[in-house]
Write a protein that binds this ligand. Structure first.
Ligand code: ADP
Length: 463
């Protein structure tokens, strides 16, 4: 049988409440009863001693007993439920409660036995007689026999007190039981409500509804964490879904132009509308090269997007890496007669070497590409607190201010027709941004149309 979490929690709390209430009641009842019985026994003993002292003091100096007072004492303790019998050493009875009024004594003994057996049937009590010596100095002059109900006896008031206390305990137990049920239901609702909401969100996510969010919040840290995690998961899935749809649309758009052009060329050639000249084949080849470049760029973009969280970090000298990139691009630099200015101190960084190399290659190759012949590109690496800043500044054509906010977006090119000749696909800078973001860094650009652009990459030196 599968129970709802709410039911399990409520049952659990109720059970715990019930067990603790029962335990407390039993323990309190047991100890209270034992302590009260002990108190009653001691009280009886103290009272007995008081009576002995009182009776002893009734022995006069001329060797007689003050019988009138002894009778008063005897009658008054009779009302307390005690029977006195004072005997001299030779057996002479000075006063005896039974002899004084046997009717009252019998009725009293019956009444006391009745009451105690009714309330404490398990305790084998009864009327006990206990003899105490009456001494004057070192000489014993008589025996006082005190009859009382033992091992303990509760008067009406004491019995009332014990019973009230027991009733009180029952009420406390009942109250605690009811409160524990309420607490159980309340706490289970407190936890199960957000859990149900999160479960619903997870089910909707599994069905592809990425817009779902759990609106509930919880005071429990773990449950709140769970709500956050599922909401974050929904956020990420939603972002990835948008990205995927966007990418599909972008790729389709990017492929359409060269494919349409190629289709047009080939149709014209096969229909005989066009003569198959060398220039036309070169045009076709250019479109195919463009397509190949696009596919290559898409492949590397897919790699960086899927791997962007996995960084293979190590310590390396950033200057050394830049020198390697300069070496790689040497032929292009020479081809355009560019002046490269790069002079800086070694800078050690904790990052993914291959990915950072890709960042430098992409920015630097753009600088070469968009700088006219005999221009210059300046590279610098500096440190600011715990950040390393790489700057690539060129004296190229620059980027219009209205395009600046978009140049890190996928497939964004400032001048689509111009990039036909430069062969750009608009993916390079979006890869740069992915890598820099994964390193918790930032990339920015400043540019003045006609005089050049300046790209700055800021990376934490220790990852
Ligand atoms: P591409 O492969 O087209 O170079 P990028 O993402 O690297 O793609 O660059 C996007 C666009 O940003 C480029 O098409 C170009 O218009 C512009 N751009 C990038 N770097 C520079 C630069 N140094 N000077 C001028 N324009 C640049």
């Amino acid at each position: 049988m599968k129970l709802r979490f709410k039911t399990v929690l409520a049952l659990f709390f109720t059970l715990i409440g019930l067990i603790s209430v029962l335990l407390v009641s039993l323990v309190v009842n047991f100890f209270l009863d034992t302590a009260f019985q002990e108190y009653s026994k001691r009280k009886q003993e103290i009272r007995n001693q008081e009576i002995i002292n009182l009776i002893s003091s009734q022995y006069t100096s001329d060797g007689n007993w003050n019988k009138a007072v002894i009778q008063d004492i005897g009658v008054s303790v009779l009302e307390e439920g005690m029977l006195l019998k004072l005997t001299e050493m030779d057996g002479t009875v000075i006063w005896d409660a039974v002899a004084y009024n046997s009717g009252i004594c019998t009725a009293m003994i019956e009444k006391m036995t009745d009451r105690m057996t009714k309330h404490y049937p398990a305790i084998e009590g009864g009327f006990t007689l206990k003899g105490y010596p009456i001494n004057i100095g070192d000489t014993q002059i008589g025996i006082l026999t005190i009859g009382y109900y033992g091992p303990f006896y509760y008067s009406e008031t004491e019995l009332f007190f014990v019973e009230t206390l027991n009733q009180l305990l029952i009420w406390v137990a009942l109250g605690t039981f009811v409160i524990s049920i309420f607490c159980g239901v309340f706490i289970s609702r407190l936890i199960s409500k957000p859990l149900s909401s999160v479960t619903l969100s997870a089910k909707r996510l599994a069905l592809g509804d990425y817009s779902i969010r759990s609106p509930v919040s919880s005071k429990t840290v773990e449950v709140q964490d769970l709500i956050h995690s599922v909401n974050n998961l929904a956020e990420t899935l939603s972002a990835q879904d948008t990205l995927r749809k966007q990418l599909t649309a972008d790729v389709a758009h990017e492929l359409r132009t060269p494919l349409c052009t190629l289709q047009g060329y080939i149709e014209a050639l096969s229909d005989g509308v066009w003569e198959p000249t060398k220039e036309r084949f070169v045009s076709c080849h250019e479109e195919i090269t463009r397509l190949t470049k696009l596919v290559e760029d898409l492949t590397s973009l897919a790699r960086f997007e899927s791997e962007h969280l996995v960084l293979n970090t190590s310590h390396f000298n950033l200057n050394e890496l830049i020198r390697q990139v300069l070496h790689l691009c040497e032929s292009k630099i020479n081809e355009k007669h560019l002046t490269i200015i790069f002079d800086s101190q070694p800078q050690i960084i904790w990052a993914d070497k291959d990915k950072i190399k890709q960042v430098i290659v992409n920015i630097f190759s753009n600088a070469i590409k968009f700088t006219p012949d005999y221009g210059s590109v300046t590279l610098s690496v500096s440190r600011e607190k715990n950040m390393i800043i790489v700057v690539v500044a060129d004296t190229g054509q620059g980027i219009p201010a209205e395009d600046l906010p978009f140049i890190f977006e996928r497939f964004y090119r400032v001048d689509k027709s111009r990039t036909r000749s430069t062969g750009g696909t608009g993916i390079g800078l979006s890869i740069v941004k992915q890598i820099v973001n994964a390193h918790h860094g930032t990339v920015s650009v400043e540019s003045t149309l006609g005089s050049g652009s300046r790209f700055s990459v800021r990376l934490p030196s220790s990852g």
